[in-house]
Design a protein. Structure first.
Length: 779
């Protein structure tokens, strides 16, 4: 959406005027339109990326299945062994990833014309080399389903079904093979699925050598766990590794006769996303000849954004660097990218060259054999999915995706920081927020106990799942933005929800109120009353406004909740929740019934089946103008308009009805006409003439005061000057009903007291004479 101009176009004004006047509820005047003009400003450009959209998946999935099916039907037309020369693909593809997203059709065309010619077709009926790599429809569908669920099952709790299904299936297979019961999971043994046979062999060899694996990578390399040292980090360095600590550790090892050989620094640690100072650490490792590796498994993805690239300053000092694309780069598990400066160091360590694997290209040294870059021999075609991610999304969309997650984390951090019951434990650098509950006047052990109980209680509800860590002996709650397609409005909608399954359609996220409920159940004494999101409980600022007594004139009320506006964006998704806080909202309406049933309150498919009072959003010029209409529904197509409300730059007003506007203006005109006649009669009496409405006196007037017109003129001049310096007070609120003109005998009663307001002031014009500054503030 492009940025709009600062004023409403004429055609929009005419459209609004037509809509509003035809309802006979929403009068339009030039002054009101001018008010509209003041609040129209630039619109934000939203996030374009939809990483996981169900309908897009359905559409693209059909195309991909058709493409693969056509490949199998025509596989015999391809040469079984690829006929391309080394380096052919680099000549066909651009040097950098596309900045703008490309279509799936363009990608599939490149697969057909550029990728398939370079593929050795293992599924061809003419393939007889090596061993088979059979596939089937069932196997393909299983891989598709696995990719769709995309879980990381490293422990039972992360996905119980994944662990238990693997145990059951391997027991089935063991029984089919008639293996001894000792190999079944019901006994002391059991089965586990590895990536390749090479991995399986390595695991059992390690199991034979070490009954308990502790530092797995060091065990594989033959390094004893005692020689793998963890250097403690401190909160004063924001939990990053300090160069001083590294220097002290190296000096201690050298003094003990040990040889330091490897340092792993981190960009975005698991516990707190701390970032180590790479440049300073790299200088130290180079001085002592230590291999310097940088692990950016999580946060490396953020460094594609220019504003976060500085976290990699000093990477030039590193010997190797890795980033997990399956963590934060929209690439299905598993896909961990590794870069190394000296490939020969890796090949000399891991290469294997049995006779049956030798070939002309490998022997000539013109190609890369990735079997020599890894522990297993076999490997999946992992680069395909990363390639497609880059092609289909483009750099700009990937950057927007990262920034969106970080913005959401900033917002959650803001909510936590405003609540005195919680404290931030570590600096938020990316999309992870580390915080904890802090009870009043309790020791650290009790605080840790409360946070453990809070975590268990929240997770046991099944609504959400968060994790924990330990920082400086503190039990800390970790909240990280994970869901790929979250926009800020989706996320804020989740924070507003009270039920796990809402018609908004978003996953239930941890919110402050959920913690509040749990803490109350645990009986924890907290520091202060929390700031509650709207509609979720009592409290100042954000609690729903109490309804006013029946018959109260609402046209003089202006509702505004600045705390809510500072916390949430006012848009078409949240405007109803904001309106429900105001005294204009009727809690007996049909919308409230839908909310209680966890259905979107503006869902017309449900509202049309109900009868009674309802609210609808009829006009939207977000984020500054919304028109809310109250109406009575007597059937699916029978609706009677009742009242209209403006939500104008966060302030909510009730629009007066047309009959009230007409009565007010007629009454005002009659009042001023009557006042003019009364004043004229008074002046005539003072200069010696009788009014037409009085009996003419035959007796000569008593000696009347001589009028000094110069004095009158001077007094009038003084009064006019005072009126300019001291403007009159605002008009009092309007009368609820019609207007009765003042009596003509007012002139006989003498001029009113100057310090008393005119008790017979007519009904105030709700359009011309009222605005935000003259309405009763209701917050």
């Amino acid at each position: 959406m492009k940025n709009k101009e600062a004023f409403i176009p004429k055609e929009t004004v005419k459209r609004l005027a037509t809509i509003h006047m035809t309802t006979q509820n929403l009068p339009i005047t030039d002054l009101l339109l001018c008010e509209f003009h003041k609040f129209i400003s630039k619109m934000e450009n939203g996030l374009n990326l939809k990483a996981m959209d169900a309908e897009q998946l359905r559409e693209h999935g059909h195309k991909m299945v058709d493409f693969i099916a056509d490949y199998y039907k025509t596989i015999e037309s391809f040469p079984v062994l690829s006929q391309v020369e080394p380096g052919y693909l680099r000549k066909l593809l651009p040097d950098s990833a596309p900045v703008q997203p490309e279509s799936l059709q363009a990608v599939l065309e490149d697969v057909q014309t550029k990728i398939l010619p370079g593929v050795t077709h293992w599924q061809s009926p003419d393939y007889f080399a090596y061993f088979p790599s059979n596939s089937s429809v069932a196997g393909f569908l299983g891989e598709m389903l696995s990719a769709g669920i995309n879980m990381v099952g490293f422990s039972w709790i992360t996905s119980p079904a994944a662990t238990e299904l693997e145990m059951i299936v391997l027991d089935w297979l063991a029984n089919m093979l008639k293996l001894p019961d000792d190999f079944l999971s019901t006994g002391a043994g059991g089965g586990v699925i590895q990536g390749t046979a090479s991995e399986a062999l390595l695991v059992v060899l390690l199991a034979a050598r070490d009954k308990v694996l502790r530092e797995k990578a060091c065990q594989i390399a033959g390094i004893h766990p005692e020689n793998c040292k963890l250097i403690r980090t401190e909160i004063c360095n924001e939990y990053a590794l300090s160069p001083e600590s590294l220097t002290d550790a190296i000096s201690h090892d050298l003094a003990s006769g040990l040889i330091p050989l490897f340092l792993c620094a981190t960009v975005g640690t698991t516990s707190s996303t701390a970032v180590d100072p790479l440049l300073a650490l790299g200088k130290i490792t180079k001085r002592y000849g230590i291999w310097f590796h940088v692990d950016a498994a999580y946060a490396g993805s953020a460094c594609i954004c220019p504003e976060y690239r500085h976290h990699l300053n000093g990477i030039e000092e590193a010997d190797s660097f890795n980033m997990n694309c399956h963590k934060w780069f929209l690439t299905n598990f598993d896909c961990s990218a590794l870069w190394i400066k000296d490939r020969h160091a890796l090949i000399q360590s891991l290469s294997t060259n049995p006779e049956f694997l030798k070939n002309k290209a490998s022997q000539g040294g013109t190609v890369v054999d990735y079997k020599d870059w890894q522990i297993p021999l076999g490997r999946r075609f992992r680069s395909l999915k990363l390639w497609m991610v880059l092609r289909l999304y483009g750099v700009e969309n990937l950057q927007s995706y990262i920034r969106n997650h970080i913005d959401l984390a900033k917002h959650f951090e803001h909510l936590v920081s405003q609540d005195p019951r919680f404290e931030m434990v570590a600096t938020r650098t990316f999309s992870l927020v580390c915080f904890r509950v802090v009870p009043v006047n309790k020791n650290e052990d009790y605080v840790n106990k409360v946070n453990r109980e809070l975590l268990d209680a929240v997770n046991s509800s099944g609504k959400i799942f968060i994790s924990h860590t330990a920082l400086s002996g503190k039990y800390v709650l970790r909240f990280v933005i994970n869901y790929p397609s979250f926009s800020k409005y989706d996320f804020l909608g989740c924070l507003l929800k009270r039920e796990p399954e809402s018609a908004y359609g978003f996953g239930y996220l941890f919110n402050i109120v959920e913690a509040s409920t749990v803490l109350i159940k645990l009986g924890v004494e907290m520091a202060a009353t929390p700031m509650l999101p709207p509609n979720l409980g009592p409290g100042d600022g954000n609690a729903p406004a109490a309804p006013l007594p029946p018959g109260t004139d609402m046209t003089g009320i202006c509702f505004r909740d600045q705390l809510w506006l500072n916390t949430y964006p006012l848009d078409r998704n949240l405007v109803f929740d904001y309106f429900a806080l105001s005294p204009f909202y009727d809690y007996t309406c049909n919308n409230e019934q839908l909310r209680m049933r966890s259905i979107h309150p503006l869902d017309i498919s449900h509202l049309s089946k109900m009868t009674g009072i309802e609210f609808m959003v009829s006009e939207v010029m977000e984020p500054h103008l919304f028109v809310m209409r109250k109406q009575k529904r007597d059937g699916p197509e029978k609706v009677t308009p009742m009242l209209t409300y403006y939500v104008l730059d966060g302030s909510i007003y009730q629009a007066p009805q047309l009959c009230n506007v007409f009565a007010a203006r007629v009454g005002r005109a009659l009042y001023h006409i009557s006042k003019a006649f009364t004043t004229a009669a008074s002046k005539l009496e003072k200069i010696g003439h009788d009014s037409e409405n009085e009996n003419v006196s035959l007796e000569p007037k008593a000696a009347k005061e001589t009028i000094d017109f110069k004095e009158v003129k001077r007094v009038d001049h003084i009064l006019a000057s005072l009126q300019r310096k001291l403007p009159p007070a605002p008009q009092p609120p309007p009368f609820p009903e019609g207007y009765t003109p003042p009596s003509t005998a007012e002139g006989d009663q003498g001029p009113p007291e100057t310090d008393q307001p005119d008790p017979k002031l007519p009904l105030v014009d709700p359009i011309l004479d009222q605005g935000p500054s003259k309405r009763q503030k209701y917050t």
